[in-house]
Design a protein around this ligand. Structure first.
Ligand SMILES: Cc1cc2nc3c(=O)[nH]c(=O)nc-3n(C[C@H](O)[C@H](O)[C@H](O)COP(=O)(O)O)c2cc1C
Length: 368
């Protein structure tokens, strides 16, 4: 393959560079993976409505997000085990986000401690909280500007690829996995040099909680977490609080009534339950329910045209998941830089081609 021209090229490179078990962990969807396909179909089905003879000699994609400027309507989504993709993957993603002028969301299940990411990467940092891990004081102390509460992992989704491959954390070195690793020597040498990924945000030790770590390792969440707990979390966290995994106007309105700063329409990239709507399809209803509040979306976004469509449907910004991981797996930090630059260039070109000088003016620019 020559120079990667888009996210699909990076996906192919990532598939080559990663052991099958790691690529499948990133790529896989829940159940029969029909949710993955639905996320893409929903975006592909939307068409744009160009306004001709509009002055687009100057175009703006910078926005205000969470009360601060962002250079593009993009955020890096929280992803656990980025270190399986590349050692120090969390720091690489955070640094690339900082360079691109967009926020980075660190997962509870990151492989670099949240304090170390803050110290080494800088930039705008958000912290994602799984409900098993109600302790957020560290994120506050380390100056994370927002908390993203993930609500769609009451239990772990059923991912057949992971079941077939024997994917588990900590990694079990079965003969098949050793063979898989030996076929990907560059990945294996990097991992061996660095040591296999751990979960330092929830590590047992002084102040750590062994039961929380065990639960997170097995992705056993607190399925009892409900609205009262959310209200308590809202009281306890003084900065921005976004709720991730919302898929209808009813829940979005309730989040806002309880003091959320915004919601993220998401089906976890199709990784939890196949039979859920594509988030881009629920945007208009949620927008109507929450007025001007911050509305973000993710799941299936692979180019800037997708982003423009979501903004035209009412989103303020899009979270990128697998797209940036492909860049990370293929070329490390430089690959993430490149993927983010491609998104920005794509957004800019699309604005020009539909006659829209500013992403803030995208409302009602969809065909039909
Ligand atoms: C490898 C991987 C790990 C993920 N881990 C988390 C996580 O720890 N917390 C979370 O809220 N979402 C997690 N997600 C979901 C993402 O935040 C996001 O919702 C999803 O990736 C968006 O879909 P996309 O990958 O199609 O862009 C993960 C997604 C992937 C691909």
């Amino acid at each position: 393959m020559g120079i990667p021209l888009g996210v699909e090229d990076y996906r192919r490179l990532a598939r080559r560079r990663l052991p099958r078990i790691v690529f499948d962990y990133i790529e896989g969807g829940a159940d029969d993976e029909s949710g993955l396909a639905r996320n893409r179909h929903a975006l592909d089905a939307l068409l744009l409505d160009p306004a001709r003879l509009t002055d687009v000699s100057v175009r703006k994609q910078a926005i205000s997000l969470g009360g601060k400027p962002a250079d593009a309507p993009l955020v890096i989504a929280p992803m656990g085990l980025n270190g399986a993709c590349r050692p120090d993957g969390d720091v690489a993603l955070a640094r690339a986000a900082a360079r691109a002028g967009i926020p980075f969301t660190l997962s509870t299940a990151s492989n670099v401690a949240l304090e170390d990411v803050a110290r080494r990467a800088g930039g705008r940092l958000w912290f994602q909280l799984y409900v098993v891990h109600r302790e957020h004081a560290r994120a506050l102390a380390a100056d994370y500007e927002a908390l993203v509460l993930t609500t769609d992992v009451t239990v772990n989704g059923r991912r057949e690829r992971d079941l077939r491959n024997g994917f588990a954390v900590p990694f079990r070195l079965t003969p098949r996995i050793v063979l898989d690793a030996s076929l990907h020597p560059a990945w294996t040498v990097r991992q061996l040099r660095h040591g296999l990924p751990t979960l330092p945000n929830v590590e047992a030790g002084p102040g750590g909680d062994a039961s929380v770590q065990a639960a997170l390792l097995q992705r056993r969440m607190d399925a009892g977490f409900c609205w009262d707990d959310f209200a308590a979390l809202r009281d306890a966290w003084p900065r921005r609080l976004y709720v991730k995994g919302v898929l209808n106007a009813r829940d979005a309105a309730r989040c806002m009534a309880l003091g959320a700063d915004g919601v993220i329409a998401s089906n976890h990239g199709g990784r939890q339950l196949a039979d859920l709507p594509a988030p881009v399809d629920v945007l208009p209803g949620i927008r109507a329910a929450i007025g001007e509040a911050t509305l973000m979306v993710d799941s299936g976004f692979r180019n800037g045209r997708d982003v423009v469509k979501a903004l035209a449907r009412g989103a303020n910004a899009v979270m990128l998941g697998r797209a940036v991981l492909y860049g990370l797996a293929a070329r490390g930090e430089a690959g993430v830089d490149d993927v983010l630059a491609m998104f920005k260039a794509d957004i800019d070109r699309t604005l020009a081609l539909i006659g829209c000088p500013d992403v803030a003016l995208l409302g009602a620019r969809l065909h039909g």
